[in-house]
Design a binder for this molecule. Sequence first.
Ligand SMILES: [Zn+2]
Length: 392
Amino acid sequence: MTDARATIARDIAQALIRCPSVTPKEGGALDLLEALLSEAGFSCQRLVFGEPDEDRIDNLFARIGSGPPHLCFAGHTDVVPPGDEARWSHPPFAAEIADGELYGRGASDMKGGIAAFVAAALAHLGETKTAPKGSISLLITGDEEGVAINGTAKVLGWMADNGHAPDHALVGEPTNPTKIGQEIKIGRRGSLSGRVRIEGHQGHTAYPDRARNPVAGMIAALGAMLATPLDAGSAHFEPSNLQITSIDTGNPATNVIPASIEARFNARFNDAHDAASMEALLLERAAAALAGRELDHTFTFEPASPCFLTEPGPLSEMMSEAVAMVTGHTPALTTTGGTSDARFIKDHCPVIEFGLVNATIHQVDERVALADLETLTAIYGDFIARYFERVG
Ligand SMILES: [Zn+2]
């Protein structure tokens, strides 16, 4: 650690990891950030949504400066559970450092990313504790790893209603597979989960003519759903993908044809589809396979996560330049991986994602190399400087 900003980033990351903020618990993480940012001159708002004792979620919005351009950093302090703590080399909420790596749940996903951005922003503001131009804000939710109902989406609504709509947003999720600077996410695939249920007629396996077996129907329906690619991919996306995650009759007997069968699935879809067109495609394929089989079938879909794409442009260019300046190589612009809260932000302003390495996220011994934390802090610092030099 040579850079003063890096020391600050490390200290903030350690303090945040020591807050046991497993979704939906705040764990002291937002209190800590609020105190730190208030001290640095930010106006802070705690935004609590949801019903008490049910799905109540605490969020933090902090802004410094009042004019445009308004750059918003979005992240989450909630973390997934540590699992069996005995399997960790270092306790998951102790934030211990060993061999240049900081261990703890959330080290990469994404308390380290938040710490890097806060350290970079404080350095940018300098001693004056005022924004030299425009505004910087942080939208920090406690509900990203959960159902995400009372988190980023609702904070964005509050921001829009209260004169805090951002011009551009950066999500600090860990985007790099193995090495910092590999990938900037400019989009994410959508996600659609659902189940298909087929009703037949129960009977003895020795008298199949008196029954209607829904299992054969399910095999045909799922086979048709999977038979050919859902699309060929698009300019910035891989082909959409369907995975069957469960097939179940609940039938313990070997000599009974079951009355019904249910399968569950999840599709990750690109910008060639929206949720409705993906639903329609799956329905159509299953219906064609089940035609003439005298089996009733019903599809039930869960609320889908939309796909998003921020076309390569000034925002991704500025981040690419910052990454190249600090690491010496140009990152790829990708759209792979799971969903993120950027799916909500895209309705308000252009958004990209860049953060730490994601190799250990959600695993036992989640950790971040202190060198990576330092590199990310420098990249964020360079990006912030470029942004306020060039935008608005
Ligand atoms: Zn995350």
